[in-house]
Design a protein around this ligand. Structure first.
Ligand SMILES: [Zn+2]
Length: 149
């Protein structure tokens, strides 16, 4: 069945290309955003120091902290994207952690760092919901009640 194998191979190649493009686009967007924010913070920082007095500058500090937290968050996402690109080259990106099947491209576009396919994720959520319901039924009773006391 040479034709089937070939078709599968080229499907994998185009999936690789699509996923790579998707990750690289996201990386570019994030880098632009991070760089833009860093520029904004710097620009604001200079201006604020000249204009505001001590009382108001603490508010500015909080604002700057939020900006830096955002930048940090985006940098972490950026790292994840780089990691994803590395794994894509290794051929391990986009495969379900549980069943090893390929995660649908649409799902990866929505959730680039999804580690489970839709089926496995749903199964896990259902299991978690059941656990929560059982925990609620048990109320405040500890899960592992020490009978030796
Ligand atoms: Zn799966």
């Amino acid at each position: 069945m040479a034709t089937t194998k070939q078709a599968k191979g080229s499907a994998r190649a185009s999936r690789y290309k699509e996923l790579k493009k998707m990750l690289e686009n996201r990386r570019r967007e994030l880098m632009d955003e991070v760089q833009g924010r860093i520029r904004d913070v710097r620009a604001d920082g200079c201006k604020d120091r000249e204009v505001f007095d001590q009382g108001e500058s603490s508010e500015v500090d909080i604002q700057e902290d939020i900006e830096f937290a955002l930048i940090q968050m985006k940098s972490e996402t950026l790292n994840k994207i780089n990691e994803g690109l590395r794994r894509l080259d290794e051929g391990t990106y986009g495969n379900c952690f549980e069943c090893g099947e390929e995660i649908a491209e649409a799902r990866l576009r929505a959730l680039p760092f999804a580690v489970r396919c839709k089926d496995c994720e749903e199964a896990r959520e259902t299991a978690e919901q059941r656990e929560r319901m059982l925990a609620q039924k048990r109320g405040s009773t500890p899960l592992f009640f020490d009978v030796s006391n």
